[in-house]
Design a protein around this ligand. Structure first.
Ligand code: 5GP
Length: 217
């Protein structure tokens, strides 16, 4: 659907940030979105967290030691980074550059502190679009986290506490998307609609593209 929207003049420049509490289903939504839309590039984050079963280095994350991560911080290589449950997570600037080179918009699946760092920055010529995924209820969130059995009971409790504080930052986001129980298609459709609208927004970059084509100088 999206490839048909305003493509002939649109130059990809969106940094699409997708957040939502652990258990909101955001990874599933983001992966389905990526599969459905070839005009997006998924950023691969760096983390000091240990890989979970079936996670692949360079695909799900760049799994780094703490020393490696700190070196990237010192070298100013991160667009944003944050601590989450005693581990570091961050987006390397090179991920945004790679999307630009590929002529695609970038999608970041990151937690709230990192999202707010991106919002505060001037990314010109790129611009940010912050989307928050809301699960149907707190109970469903807890059920989903328990069901995936990847965290201990203590970690699970921590993740639920973080979920509460993350939802408290909703006002800083541009859009929200609900992810009810069942197939994620509904959430994916909502996100694609938001992206389509943002690609039609008149910004400086678009003006610079269109004006000369019609003799406006
Ligand atoms: P998980 O350990 O479940 O993969 O991720 C924990 C949290 O870190 C999730 O909310 C996830 O979205 C977030 N996260 C993943 N990558 C990044 C990143 O590059 N930067 C930030 N700030 N958060 C991230």
């Amino acid at each position: 659907m999206l490839s048909m929207v305003n493509t002939h003049l649109y130059k990809p420049n969106l940094v699409i940030v997708i957040s939502g509490p652990s258990g909101s289903g955001k990874s599933t939504v983001v992966n389905a979105l990526y599969k459905a839309d070839q005009t997006l590039r998924l950023s691969v984050s760096a983390t000091t967290r240990k890989p979970r079963p079936r996670e692949v280095d360079g695909v799900n994350y760049h799994f780094l030691s703490k020393a490696e991560f700190e070196k990237h911080i010192q070298q100013n290589n991160f667009l944003e980074w944050a601590e989450y449950q005693d581990n570091f997570y961050g987006t390397l600037k090179s991920e945004i550059a790679a999307a630009r080179e590929a002529g695609k918009d970038t999608v970041l699946e990151i937690e709230v502190k990192g999202a707010l760092q991106i919002k505060r920055q001037n990314l010109a010529p790129a611009r940010s679009l912050l989307i928050f995924i809301i699960p149907p209820s707190f109970e469903v969130l807890a059920k989903r986290l328990r069901g995936r059995k990847t965290e201990s009971e203590t970690e699970l409790k921590q993740r639920l506490d973080i979920a509460t504080s993350e939802v408290g930052e909703l006002q800083h986001y541009d859009y929200w998307v609900s992810n009810p129980e069942g197939p994620v298609q509904n959430a994916v459709d909502q996100i694609q609609t938001i992206i389509a609208a943002e690609r039609s927004r008149i910004d400086t970059k678009l003006i610079e593209t269109i004006n000369p084509l019609f003799g406006v100088f």
